[in-house]
Design a protein around this ligand. Structure first.
Ligand SMILES: [Zn+2]
Length: 673
């Protein structure tokens, strides 16, 4: 079989010849790629020459290039343009790749070489980037148990297996309880306040279940609009309490024991590897570095956000008493009252804004901004293949006119594409190789009469993903393993979130926010409304996020295993961020999938952390000018091009001249002067 995946592509820029690649090419290619990679790794591991950075760490960087390329193609396609064949192939490929990673991690000869180099690193004159790479490789083994004896390794495997199983069950339990409840409405008057589109959705849900009327479920797209718009307070109460019971009922889906066991296992694993707590283990590879830093960070924001939140709460109470006849606000009232207050204060209509944001012009605008900041030029090349006719491929040139990257853009929803928006790469950057980056979104499609018009939120999404794409396209490191978005987790959203700031600036909006029919520039009054909307109830929203952050940390710090009762513990933690009454039959933790199912444990703080970084970094642009050449150049040189070659705090301070200051975020949110 002539399999294109077994060779280097002979196309311009070695771009991917998508039309020649078939699903059946992947598995044979992976098998061959893995065999070659394992052979190459053994050559490194069992060579007779004494271990050096060059013959071991650097040599490993060049192992498995085709495997990496082919995995990127398959997984990216599975997200953006899947089919039954691609899905089946992905399911077959995943265990092969996991097995490969395990084989590498268990290669003790390789680890011994890395350990020697790591311990004797003072003897080699390594650059900062090389030191970081060495540390990353070494820690990759050590944090997975390479330093343990055989009994301990066995214990670690047992812990990992049990942990994985519990996390899976946790998620299944939440899902089971979510699906077990439905709010079935048969009287139209009970729908008062709900937008037509939401009613239609609920009617369709009822029809699909062969029932009359309307059905709302505990899934977010159904639950959130109901709580936000439904006037019927009794139904909001019933729905809210049902939502809060997920994973916390007297049935087989109760998650409280799973939580207690999970935090015990996480702590045990951390101790086995020599860390004081699970948080210490996680934060070792984060910009925030330590539990103390995270606590101090959250506390500082709390002290400053609390008074603002108190004021906003009082305003909601007054508004509810005067206009809605509600004297005490319960938790099932907050979203509803907040929305009513917002409408009364802002008069912002999304539909009025959309004509100013035709997709083609927004895209041209973001390219224009990248040109003003970093000198990049984007040239569409139809001769380069995409994986779908809607995909556009751009050659990207740097300020010296040198080819710097390929950019794929893919903007519309279609079957076979998952929800949401993301940036990814088909080929990373390293010395002598420029990257191939892709951004994928799900924006409203054009119709016969109207071009694709974006909501303001879609505009910020496009800027966000483009920011990630810049991190990829401007990468300029020696080693691929440290390039582009290969950075610590609480640092990766800086390049993306900072780009969103330009969407609120008059000078930037004037470049592209023009009415698609009249060419009129967006009126200043709309821009003011957008900004005002962004400030709405920022105190309360901050407090809510901080609550999750405190709760997450409390399950993973040194005190974690002292917890006896999940509900009692949670109530004590959340008391300081809540203005509504606590309900004994409800629990947040038992459905807190971010930290008990997904990978956010001891990491929930990073949402706020990233916001502080981007607000603080953008403040320099505000001081010097949002298109200031020197500031942009410094951001590129110190942040965007550097990937993970040094500790993010070092890189950040080099750009900003100081550590990030939470005050920048509070200022932007309108919480302090
Ligand atoms: Zn992002």
């Amino acid at each position: 079989m002539d399999n294109p995946l077994l060779k280097v592509f002979e196309t311009p820029y070695q771009s991917i010849p998508f039309s020649k690649i078939k699903a059946e090419h992947f598995i044979p290619a992976f098998k061959e790629n893995i065999k070659n990679a394992l052979e190459a790794i053994d050559k490194v591991a069992y060579q007779t020459a004494p271990p050096t950075f060059e013959n071991t760490v650097e040599a490993l960087q060049n192992v498995g290039e085709l495997l990496e390329r082919n995995s990127a193609i398959l997984f990216n396609l599975n997200s953006a343009e899947t089919s039954d064949a691609i899905q089946t192939t992905t399911q077959q490929a995943s265990p092969l790749l996991t097995q490969f990673q395990n084989d590498v991690r268990l290669n003790q000869a390789l680890f011994e070489r890395l350990k020697t180099i790591y311990q004797d690193q003072d003897q080699e004159k390594l650059s900062a980037e090389q030191q970081t790479l060495l540390e990353k490789e070494y820690k990759g083994f050590a944090r997975n148990g390479a330093l343990l004896n055989d009994d301990e390794k066995e214990l670690l495997r047992e812990i990992d297996t049990e942990k994985a199983k519990l996390s899976l069950t946790f998620g299944e339990n939440v899902l089971a309880d979510t699906h077990a409840f439905e709010l079935h409405i048969t009287e139209e008057k009970d729908l008062e306040g709900l937008p037509d589109q939401i009613k239609e959705m609920a009617a369709e849900t009822a029809q699909s279940k062969n029932k009359k009327g309307w059905i709302f479920t505990l899934d977010y797209p159904s639950y959130v609009p109901f709580m936000t718009y439904a006037k019927n307070r009794d139904l909001r109460k019933e729905f809210s309490l049902a939502f809060g019971k997920r994973g916390f009922q007297n049935n087989n889906n109760n998650n409280t024991d799973i939580i207690l066991r999970l935090i015990e296992l996480r702590k045990k694993r951390a101790k086995l590897l020599g860390y004081e707590s699970h948080a210490a283990f996680v934060l070792e590879e984060r910009m925030a570095t330590s539990e103390e830093n995270v606590v101090a960070f959250l506390e500082d924001l709390y002290q400053k956000a609390y008074p603002a939140a108190q004021g906003e709460w009082k305003e909601m109470e007054d508004f509810a008493t005067q206009n809605l006849g509600l004297n005490t606000l319960e938790k099932w009232d907050t979203a509803y009252v907040s929305e009513k207050l917002k409408q009364a204060q802002l008069e912002l209509d999304e539909q009025q804004l959309k004509p100013y944001f035709p997709l083609e012009r927004v895209k041209a605008g973001v390219f224009d901004i990248a040109n003003k900041l970093y000198g990049l030029r984007f040239e569409k090349n139809d001769a380069l293949e995409g994986y779908h006719p809607e995909v556009e491929v751009y050659e990207v040139y740097n300020s010296e006119g040198v080819f710097y990257a390929l950019l794929y853009t893919d903007f519309f929803p279609r079957p076979g594409k998952r929800n949401g928006a993301w940036m990814t790469s088909y080929r990373g950057q390293k010395k002598g190789q420029r990257p191939h980056i892709s951004m994928v979104c799900n924006f409203s499609k054009p119709t016969a009469s109207t071009p694709s018009l974006l909501t303001f939120q879609e505009v910020t999404t496009l800027f966000h993903e483009f920011g990630h794409a810049l991190h990829g396209m401007l990468a300029n490191t020696t080693y691929g393993g440290l390039s582009g978005t290969n950075v610590y987790w609480d640092f990766v959203e800086l390049p993306s979130q900072i780009m969103e700031n330009w969407c609120y600036e008059k000078q930037a909006l004037e470049l592209f926010a023009k009415h698609y029919l009249t060419q009129e520039v967006i009126p200043m009054e709309y821009i003011d409304k957008i900004k005002k909307a962004a400030h709405f109830q920022q105190g309360l929203q901050t407090l809510r996020q901080l609550g999750f952050g405190f709760l997450d940390l409390s399950y993973h710090d040194t005190q974690a295993t002292v917890i006896q009762n999940v509900k009692t513990h949670e109530s004590a933690i959340l008391k300081r961020v809540q203005f509504t009454k606590d309900h004994p039959e409800n629990c947040t933790s038992t459905a807190f999938s971010h930290i008990f199912q997904g990978g956010y444990s001891a990491g929930y703080y990073s949402y706020k952390w990233a916001e502080v970084l981007d607000a603080d970094a953008f403040e320099l642009f505000l001081e010097k000018g949002i298109f200031d050449y020197q500031t942009a150049k410094s951001f590129e040189e110190n942040i965007l091009s550097k990937g993970g070659t040094e500790h993010p705090m070092t890189l950040y301070k080099r750009f900003r001249g100081k550590a990030p200051d939470p005050k920048a975020l509070l200022k932007r949110a309108g919480l302090v002067e």
